[in-house]
Design a protein around this ligand. Structure first.
Ligand code: GDD
Ligand code: MG
Length: 403
């Protein structure tokens, strides 16, 4: 891959947010050119380096009631060396959708020998493992893992650690283009190669999202939710740095990846607020802005967020617009309720939500449920309890679990 070096970054405490990086070539050849240097404006990441990182990466695919053909297309796009972890929250009644998914995925894995772990979000063994390991917040009143994309992601991240992977990435299961999925994963790998470090995150900003407008194709750049979220996140950063900025382009990046160490260290917001809260929380935890924040040790560690602009158009399942407002409110709520949010920005958020008729006069924006970091649970207990319930399909050996 040939990719631009980040031209700028904003630094707050230990947190560095890099500017958007453009991709110039999806495949730049197998080896590093002889005259290449780390200081080049456009960097070459050789295919070999991408493959090496892919072998250390798990890709979590969250699923809720998607069409099997779409899920299969997503699996087709994930590079072979990645471990795939499908976390499904599809209904089991009246039709056992999960059974159909498992069967289709196992079949697919047989043809490709791709390593795929398929789990259900409501698996009672995994829920019991969470309980015994002391991480009960994620469990609902039925003592199973709660609904929500973030909840599935948290489960997937933990399984990535359990399976010994160093990086964990996410791709939605409703993507129409296997080529786009393939590109996202390559970009995660390129981001880790270039910006490295143990505490690193890569977020994708789609180049375009095709829509039909007046009978012709229109390649839109920003969704409604991203536009809003990015603007407010940039205002938050600008408030604390003292300089207006437009650095954040990936406030709602469903497609993102991070080192497993970082995934274990950060808190999570529920459902679709999860991606925006990454910024808010990392700023709270590593930005050096709050009294009683992180210890000096944590402040020494550089935490990097890189943002990469993908080239394939992003086309996913159309599910109606109703939840866009909910998504905006959920994202903004994580900013609104942060200790870092100044009064003036709170007022702006309220105005925006009033304008959208999301908040009636006098109503307050509800806070999102926050899950504390996974590193406070007993990981060995979780592993002992959860591992026997896991089955990797697509491996040649018939062992029930590979841990
Ligand atoms: N495991 C699990 N559990 N997966 C879920 C759940 C759940 O409760 N709910 C949704 N999913 C899966 C869906 O099947 C899909 O693959 C993915 O999570 C995203 O859900 P969508 O419903 O397709 O979300 P979206 O397309 O509106 O929003 C996506 O893009 C946004 C950026 O524009 C999401 O990735 C958002 O998180 C992201 O901010
Ligand atoms: Mg979608």
């Amino acid at each position: 891959m040939r990719i631009e070096s980040p031209r700028e970054f904003e630094r707050l405490g230990a947190l560095r947010v890099y500017g958007l990086q453009k991709v110039y070539e999806l495949d730049a050849g197998p080896e590093t050119p002889e005259n290449a240097s780390d200081r080049d404006v456009v960097r070459v990441v050789p295919t070999e380096a991408l493959h090496a990182i892919e072998s250390e990466m798990a890709i979590v695919v969250p699923v809720r009631n998607e069409r099997l053909k779409l899920i299969e297309g997503v699996l087709v796009g994930i590079p072979h060396n990645c471990l795939v972890i499908v976390v499904s929250n599809s209904p089991r009644e009246p039709i056992d959708k999960f059974y159909l998914e498992e069967e289709a995925i196992s079949n697919y894995a047989r043809f490709t020998q791709k390593k795929i772990l398929v789990v259900h979000q409501k698996d009672p063994h995994i829920a019991a493992a969470f309980a015994e390991a002391g991480y009960t917040d994620i469990l609902g009143s039925d003592e199973l893992v709660r609904n929500g994309k973030a909840e599935g992601m948290i489960m997937g991240s933990l399984l990535a650690k359990l399976m010994g992977r160093k990086y964990v990435g996410f791709v939605d299961s409703d993507n129409y283009f296997p080529g786009a999925v393939n590109e996202y994963v390559k970009e995660y790998a390129a981001g880790f190669h270039i910006n490295g470090g143990d505490f690193s995150m890569v977020r994708i900003s789609w180049h375009s999202k095709p829509k039909v407008v007046e009978n012709s194709l229109y390649f839109a750049k920003w969704g409604r939710s991203s536009r809003q979220t990015n603007q407010v996140l940039n205002r938050l950063l600008g408030h604390h740095s003292g300089f207006e900025t437009e650095i954040v382009k990936t406030g709602n990046a469903g497609e993102h990846a991070l080192s497993v160490d970082l995934a274990m260290a950060i808190d999570y917001a529920t459902g679709y607020a999860v991606e925006t809260f990454h910024y808010v929380h990392m700023l709270e935890k590593y930005g050096g802005l709050l009294e009683g924040g992180e210890s000096a040790n944590d402040m020494h560690r550089l935490v990097k967020i890189s943002q990469i602009e993908s080239r394939n158009p992003h086309l996913h399942e159309v599910k109606g617009d109703e939840h866009v407002d909910d998504m905006i409110a959920a994202s903004l709520s994580t900013i609104y309720h942060s200790r870092l949010c100044p009064e003036s920005l709170r007022a702006e958020i309220e105005d925006e939500l009033n304008r959208r008729n999301y908040l009636k006069d006098g109503e307050q924006l509800a806070p999102m449920r926050i899950y504390k970091s996974l590193d406070r649970m007993d990981f060995d207990v979780f592993t002992d309890r959860a591992a026997p319930a896991l089955k990797v399909v697509g491996e040649k050996s018939k062992k029930p679990a590979t841990v």
